[in-house]
Each structure stands twice: as C-alpha cells, then as structure tokens.
Design a protein around this ligand. Structure first.
Ligand code: ADP
Length: 168
C-alpha cells in the first residue's frame, strides 16, 4: 500500500526549513501531502490562496509532493479521508517538542489509528521560523538564504504593496 504523509501547517510562508522537512520525508513516504490551513488563529501575512499558491510553486519540481487546502475540520479526519499513513510535523527545539507532543497526544485521543511522525529540523534550519523571516523582511533585511526565491520575491512585494498603501 502507498505510504502517504499529511503535513499540516500554516506555512505563512513556506521556508527552507519546511522544504527540508518535506524533502526528507519523501525519502520515507511515497507521497507527502502539504495541507495549508487557511483559518488559522495566527494573524497571517499571506492569505490562504497566496500561501497555497506559493507552496505549489515551490513544490512543483519536488517529486512525491502535493499541496492541498486544509479542509478546516479535525486534521485527523482529513488524514483518514486521504488514507494517510501518518501525520508529519517538524521540531526545532524543546519548545517545539512540547507543543508538538500536546498536538500529537490530542490527535491520538481523537483517532488512535493516525500516527504522528516528527522529523528533527536540520542543524542549519533550527533557528528558522516563518515569523522571524517576516520580521526581518519587514525591516528590509535580506532573507534570501532562508526561503525559496519565489517566496523571497513574494515577501518583498507584499511589504512593498503594504507600504505603498500606507502612503496613499
Ligand atoms: P503551524 O502554524 O501549524 O505551527 P507552521 O507553518 O509554523 O505551522 O509549521 C508547520 C510545521 O513545520 C510545524 O511542525 C513546525 O514545527 C515545522 N517547522 C517550522 N519551521 C521549521 C524549520 N525551520 N525546520 C523544521 N521544521 C519546521
């Protein structure tokens, strides 16, 4: 049977850290489905459509990957509907560990059949987060080594458009 992983997240936006986790997971799973949540409680820079479009653009050349919109219900229900073998998440540090552990335990209580597989972040991406990227880019910093080039361009344009709006 085909081994599929479901990687849920807000991906606002997708970084090289996410990409690294996805690529490494394709060595374990036949397919990695990235589920972009669009009704997150976090205030997002990119709307759902934009985050999905960016993830699709980045992953179009990565075999064994697919991007979908998170259905909005329980992630374990989505996982069951898609017949996935496991949910995929990444951890960078102890703070992530505690957060991911509680999500994994809660998901298990909702559906014991769905396992969670957690990959350790690669050393060079351990300090990388979407929120840090956005903060640096907002103040004009160079984030090109931390995100795929389409994402870099989209962030620059987003802040440019926002600053144009402010000056109108
Ligand atoms: P969420 O809002 O669900 O936390 P994120 O887009 O922030 O979504 O993260 C999705 C997953 O990717 C989480 O499991 C997170 O721990 C992981 N992740 C985030 N940044 C990195 C990184 N630099 N390296 C590896 N995994 C990461």
């Amino acid at each position: 049977m085909k081994k599929i992983a479901l990687f849920p997240g807000s991906f606002d936006p997708l970084t090289n850290g996410h990409l690294d986790t996805i690529e490494r997971a394709t060595n374990i799973f036949d397919e990695v489905i990235v589920a972009v949540s669009t009704n997150t409680t976090k205030k997002s820079l990119f709307n759902g459509e934009e985050r999905i479009a960016l993830a699709k653009e980045v992953l179009k050349d990565v075999p064994g990957t697919k991007v979908v919109r998170h259905t909005g219900g329980l992630t374990v229900d989505m996982a069951e509907e898609l017949h996935v073998s496991a949910m995929l998440r990444g951890i960078r540090n102890m703070k992530d560990y505690e957060y991911e552990e509680s999500i994994a335990m809660m998901n298990r209580s909702q559906n014991p059949k769905i396992e969670t597989v957690i990959l350790m972040a690669s050393e060079k991406y351990r300090f990388l987060s979407s929120s840090l990227i956005k903060e640096v880019a907002m103040f004009g910093g160079d984030i090109s080594e931390f995100v795929p080039s389409v994402v870099n361009q989209a962030i620059i344009k987003k802040y440019q458009d926002m600053s144009d709006d402010e000056h109108m």
